[in-house]
Ligand binder design. Sequence first.
Ligand code: ADP
Ligand code: MG
Length: 283
Amino acid sequence: MTVAAATTPEALAGSAQDGFAARAVEVTKVYGQGDARVVALDRLTLGIPKGAYTAIMGPSGSGKSTLMHCLAGLDSVTAGEVYVGDVELGRLNDKRLTRLRRDRIGFVFQAFNLVPTLTAGENITLPLDIAGTRPDRAWLDTVIDTIGLRDRLSHRPAELSGGQQQRLACARALATRPQIIFADEPTGNLDSRSGAEVLAFLRRSVREMGQTVVMVTHDPVAAGYADLVIFLSDGRIAGQLAEPTAERVLERLRRRPAGGTQDPDPAERAADGPRSAPPGGSQ
Ligand code: ADP
Ligand code: MG
């Protein structure tokens, strides 16, 4: 599947809005003041394609986590707008924002964040229990079969391997059938074999279950599981790569280690779809 993200206001405005699971429109995020002022996101525009697996890469400090947190409504933006589906997060009060996060967004963290005293099965249904929502059994069965932990449901997290724990965390994120799942370096604490299990599961959740996944990663191999890689640099979009392979991602990172110039090559621009904006134009 060839998918593309919109990375300029023009490309975003010129696309069908329902093709995006989430959108950042000219988002700026500033932390601190005076000498401590940091511009973490700098008028960044990004439309995340629905039903696709998008990886976000960039040097440490380039704004990857900030972008995820702003898109997920975990952090507010200084300027610009964020949409999940057609809902603009800035318009929501705290209560409605909390509900939207709970019902429409899934999270996977590097450190799993499972509840140690609950069984695997109880961890999966925890978000539903908190929401007071009756589980959709057929959906949960699909999720549990896809993570391949049916025979481990009565185990506690400590009795599972790292890869199993992170697959469990992915299943928990999927339990509410969210519109979008954000995973910040989900394989960062895993060995390569366990990491591969998790990445394969995330890919299946997109391919077979129609989910939308956005994953921050440093690892070209992990990015190779995605449909699309977005490169960040200094709080801006530095390019995108469709149908990535580990080799092509590595090659791209070698060519521009800092994620650098605003001059995407023709293959990358092609991935941005037909548009007449000059290279790097209004980012
Ligand atoms: P990445 O995830 O790509 O490593 P981050 O989004 O964590 O980058 O950080 C982007 C920039 O914003 C960095 O310069 C970082 O130091 C700064 N930053 C992130 N979070 C905060 C915060 N809560 N307070 C102040 N500065 C922050
Ligand atoms: Mg980070």
